[in-house]
Every structure is written in structure tokens, then in C-alpha cells.
Design a binder for this molecule. Structure first.
Ligand code: HEC
Length: 197
């Protein structure tokens, strides 16, 4: 019995090691990422090394690329930056409050692409674009800046809290829908440094 069990364990160990070996044997192009980001429309793999330089070695980007968790959600300093980045790059088409304009609303619980309910999906849509006027934004936003924009879009959300899958249970308890006119101080405490002027 004992022998049979340990043989089985050995067999499993070998299989795991072989699978692990295959992963390691892959060419190491760019940063090793745990998450594979895919174009929202075509499903093609997105290369996060391409585009605007910088903003790839922050704690937030490293965490996000490994786990898909955006640690800028609800961080006031990052929301302050995200608001400004969103105003420059997105609000012209999606509306000041993400209520929708030329592009669809981003502040409710209806998504053309349901993958956008996850921050990894939203990141991919912003990074790689979608259809028509929704072009890729990786030339004007670094991955770190995209995470700040994602945090801001989540902050603008006015839909039912049960559909806010990007919030953890504690965040859901304290969730308040966005009210127009909320602003964040220039020196708001948090993980994001003020954007360069
Ligand atoms: C030139 C206009 C334009 C700009 C600028 C623009 N978008 Fe879009 N966006 C669109 C259009 C049009 C669509 C619909 C495309 C589609 O359905 O494939 C869209 C779709 C989207 C979607 C998918 C929504 C859903 O319901 O699944 C997201 C998310 C999004 N945009 C985010 C952004 C963000 C964030 C920015 C700024 C970084 C931005 N967009 C900038 C026009 C724009």
C-alpha cells in the first residue's frame, strides 16, 4: 500500500516538474507576467512591454501583472491622478462622468464586453483598444497610468454594489456611489505620486 502510494506521489511529482520545466524553457521576452492580457475583440495576446516607456516597475504593476489585483482601487492619491488622466484621454468620448457620449457609458453595470467587469479585462481594453473609435491607449498611458485610470473608472461607478466585482468585501461595505464635484487634494495621501505638471 505504502509503496503504491509513494510511487503515485513520485509520478505526480515528475509530471509537475515536467510541466514546470516546460514553462521555464520558454523564451524570456520582457517582464515575466502571471496574467496573459488579450485584445478584447480579437483575443490576440497583448505585449505590455510595447508602448509608452516607464510605469512598469511599480509595486502596483508588478502585483497586477502577477495577480490581476489593482491595488490603486479606492486610493485617493491614485484617484486624483486617474481623474486627470481620464479627463485628458477618455472623457471626450465617454463623457465627464463616464455616462457615455460617442463611446458607451462606463459607470453602470452594462458592458458590451463582460470581461470589462474584471480589472484585467478593463486594462486590456484600454491597453489594446476595441472596435472602431476605441483605439489602443498604450502609446499615451503607461501600465501604471492605466491602473490609475481603471481605479478612476471604478470610482465613477453608480450601479448596484453587488455587481462591483472589483471591490473586496470590505470595500463593498463602505462603497458609496460617486457624486459629482468630489475632488482630491493635491497632496492626498496614497500610493501614487502627483503626475508631472
Ligand atoms: C475617440 C473616442 C474614444 C476615446 C478617446 C476613448 N474611447 Fe473607449 N470607446 C469608444 C467607442 C466608440 C467604444 C465602443 C467600441 C466597441 O464597442 O468595440 C469604446 C469602448 C470602450 C470600452 C468598452 C466598454 C464596454 O461596454 O465593454 C471601454 C472600457 C473604454 N472604451 C474605455 C476607454 C478609456 C478608459 C479611454 C481613455 C483611456 C477611452 N475608452 C478612450 C470611443 C473612445
Amino acid at each position: 500500500m505504502r509503496n503504491a502510494k509513494s510511487l503515485l506521489a513520485l509520478g505526480l511529482g515528475v509530471a509537475t516538474a515536467a510541466a514546470g520545466g516546460a514553462v521555464l524553457a520558454q523564451p524570456q521576452a520582457g517582464p515575466q507576467t502571471g496574467i496573459v492580457f488579450r485584445n478584447t475583440v480579437t483575443g490576440e495576446t497583448l505585449d505590455t512591454a510595447e508602448g509608452k516607456p516607464g510605469g512598469r516597475d511599480t509595486e502596483a504593476v508588478k502585483t497586477f501583472f502577477q495577480t490581476g489585483k489593482n491595488i490603486y482601487i479606492d486610493d485617493k492619491a491614485c484617484l486624483r491622478n486617474g481623474e486627470s488622466l481620464y479627463a485628458t484621454s477618455c472623457s471626450g468620448c465617454h463623457g465627464h462622468l463616464a455616462e457615455g457620449k460617442l463611446g458607451p457609458g462606463l459607470n453602470d453595470n452594462y458592458w458590451t464586453y463582460p470581461a470589462n467587469t474584471e480589472d484585467t479585462g478593463l486594462f486590456s481594453t484600454i491597453w489594446g483598444g476595441a472596435n472602431g473609435m476605441m483605439g489602443p491607449h498604450n502609446e499615451n498611458l503607461t501600465p501604471d497610468e492605466v491602473l490609475q485610470v481603471v481605479a478612476w473608472i471604478r470610482h465613477l461607478y453608480t450601479g448596484p454594489v453587488k455587481d462591483a466585482v472589483w471591490l473586496n468585501d470590505d470595500q463593498k461595505k463602505t462603497y458609496k456611489p460617486y457624486k459629482e464635484g468630489e475632488t482630491f487634494a493635491k497632496d492626498a495621501p496614497g500610493q501614487c505620486k502627483p503626475l508631472p505638471e
